[in-house]
Design a binder for this molecule. Structure first.
Ligand code: NAD
Length: 273
């Protein structure tokens, strides 16, 4: 029970890595605010948390909205009695990304928007400004807004875990906006760690490699892409959301009490060069 009596807010908590964090934290004694744009999956996570005897609240919240972030954090304080841990897992891989396990729908949406994997020159030179902006709004500005809203309410210190990526340090296939947003998340994490240390708030990033979630379903469904991605991973497999949640648990708990401003790559050996 490493998080007994703690309250955690998880943005993007309805699916994938965020959902695994909600379930892992609840199993360790935390009460959870699940903040996401998807009601159905969000309510499922609430039920999963309640099934292990913890309290949970779903807040329909867009990570890119200052007001929605304020609402999520305030609900933690008012309904669950405080705020100790924040995980910022809300993220998109490109404009119009919707987290779903319907791979065909994702493939169709990508085809309609022009595949960002097909031609790297075109993906860069013809990237629409709206696509760039949409990714930065959710991934980077959304992380800033959540950190601000949470830090204002972490009255007894706390632990914040951001979701960067291996793409924070090395350009990844797909839109440049994604890699740039994650590089921004990593710098924001370091900046926030310094700024919030006087309040007893630690801030660390996780930089996952290729994880088995809705976000990478299209890669697994496209053999050429899957081979290209797996060739970069010595362990030659996708990671599981649970493997990221285990690292998040360490960072959320007192076991990491002297750790702040760090990035943890959970990537099957991607960074071994
Ligand atoms: N899967 C990977 O391989 C991988 C690798 C590195 C980093 N990441 C990062 O991890 C985080 C979680 O991704 P995932 O793989 O679990 O994807 P996912 O699609 O399974 O989950 C993302 C969640 O974020 C939510 N979301 C999207 N836009 C939102 C918004 N505007 N407001 C609130 N919620 C929103 C989605 O509804 C979904 O529930 C993302 O930031 C992603 O960039 C993922």
């Amino acid at each position: 029970m490493r998080l007994e009596g703690k309250v955690a807010v998880v943005t993007g908590g309805a699916n994938g890595i965020g959902r695994a964090c909600c379930e892992r934290f609840a199993a360790e004694g935390a009460d959870i605010v699940v903040a996401d744009v998807l009601d159905g999956p969000g309510q499922e996570v609430v039920a999963a948390v309640e099934a292990v005897g913890r309290r949970a609240v779903f807040v329909r919240a867009d990570a890119a909205s200052p007001e929605d972030n304020e609402r999520s954090m305030q609900r933690a304080v008012e309904e669950l009695g405080g705020l100790d841990v924040l995980v910022t897992s809300a993220g998109i891989s490109g404009k119009g990304y919707v987290s779903t396990d319907d791979t065909q729908a994702q493939l169709q949406r990508m085809a309609a928007g022009g595949s960002t994997f097909a031609d790297p020159v075109q993906a860069f030179t013809e990237l629409p400004l709206a696509d760039w902006q949409a990714v930065l709004d959710v991934n980077l500005t959304g992380t800033l807004l959540a950190l601000q809203s949470a830090a204002r309410r972490m009255t007894s210190g706390g632990s914040i875990i951001t979701l960067a990526s291996i793409a924070a340090k090395q350009p990844e296939a797909g839109t440049p906006a994604y890699s740039v947003s994650k590089a921004g998340v990593w710098m924001l994490t370091k900046f926030a760690a310094r700024s919030l240390a006087p309040l007893g708030i630690r801030v660390n990033a996780i930089g996952p490699g290729f994880i088995d979630t809705n976000m990478t379903a299209v890669v697994r469904a496209t053999p050429t892409l899957q081979d290209r991605f797996m060739a970069q991973v010595p362990m030659a497999r996708f990671g599981t959301p649970r493997e990221i949640a285990d690292t998040a648990l360490f960072l959320a708990s007192d076991e990491s009490s002297y750790t702040t401003g760090e990035i943890f790559h959970v990537d099957g050996g991607f960074y071994t060069e």
